[in-house]
Design a protein around this ligand. Structure first.
Ligand code: KIV
Length: 281
């Protein structure tokens, strides 16, 4: 975007300032065309590591690399004028030490142009979040179900029922104290998500966490019906683009086979027809 553009891009302090205000609208995006559509309607375009599952066909997010996040991050940044692109830090790129996290977060920001990153984890990531935010890396945190920990959690289960609730609350408080500008609450019981939202001074962005969060996020391929391998309960389908694409491609295949495509209007005649009124020399 040029320095003279009339559109002011959303930045982390704008998101932080939306606490308790109009709900924050967040969707994932992985490509420039989708980022343009998300940009027109949303506050944040999250380049989630869900890209590994919905675009690359991986069985989980664990195989996502820095290179994948940089490639998709650049594409999304190109498509955003207003909405804030946030890049997920992939598994293995930040857990080892605050220094490793800074090296990779600064690379994600420098090589994509995105103004913020997201990383998973609560109390155990607080030191890293403080290290990053003190050094110019705005962090969106992510607690509750953290899909990169699927193997230690034992599946994609609800996190925070019964005695687990106190830990999720402590995780959310810890990432706020460390300087996160917002926190994603994934698959957290609704009442607990509401209590966390009340307790925190930074916005909560829910996914499967009920309506009383400060905002909502969904994976765009889930809500458009493009990713159909499985459908979490918290996903509402706003379109059936996968089904529509299937029907369109079936029609194309049939028309190629019966030679009804391409039609004359899709081709180029051997002779260019003379323009009406033109004098043929
Ligand atoms: O990777 C992702 O898309 C996410 C959202 C589900 C929050 O982390």
């Amino acid at each position: 975007m040029s320095a003279t553009s009339a559109v002011r891009p959303v930045l982390p302090p704008d998101i932080r300032a939306r606490k308790g205000g109009a709900p924050l609208v967040v969707l994932t995006a992985y490509s420039t065309p989708m980022a343009r559509i998300v940009d027109a309607h949303c506050d944040v375009a999250l380049v989630g590591d869900s890209v590994g599952m919905v675009i690359h066909g991986l069985p989980s997010t664990l195989g996502v690399t820095m290179e994948m996040m940089i490639l998709h991050g650049r594409a999304v940044v190109r498509g955003c004028q207003k909405a804030m692109p946030v890049i997920d830090m992939p598994f293995g790129s930040y857990e080892e030490s605050p220094q490793q996290a800074f090296r990779n977060a600064s690379r994600l920001m420098a090589e994509t142009g995105a103004p913020a990153v997201k990383l998973e984890g609560g109390q155990h990531m607080a030191e890293t979040i403080a290290f990053l935010t003190a050094r110019g890396v705005p962090v969106m945190a992510h607690v509750g179900l953290t899909p990169q920990a699927v193997n230690t959690l034992g599946g994609y289960k609800v996190v925070g029922r019964a005695e687990e609730a106190a830990k999720v609350m402590a995780d959310a408080e810890a990432v706020q104290a460390a300087g996160a500008f917002a926190v994603v609450l994934e698959k957290v019981p609704e009442g607990l998500a509401a209590r966390i939202t009340q307790a925190l001074t930074i916005p909560t962005i829910g996914i499967g966490a009920g309506v009383r969060c400060d905002g909502q996020v969904l994976v765009v391929d889930d809500m458009l019906g493009l990713f159909t391998d499985f459908r979490p309960k918290f996903v509402k389908r706003y379109a059936e683009l996968g089904r529509d694409a299937d029907a369109a491609i079936a029609t194309y295949a049939a028309e190629v086979r019966d030679r009804s495509f391409p039609a004359p209007e899709h081709g180029f005649p051997d002779e260019v027809p003379a323009k009406a009124g033109a004098v043929k020399k």
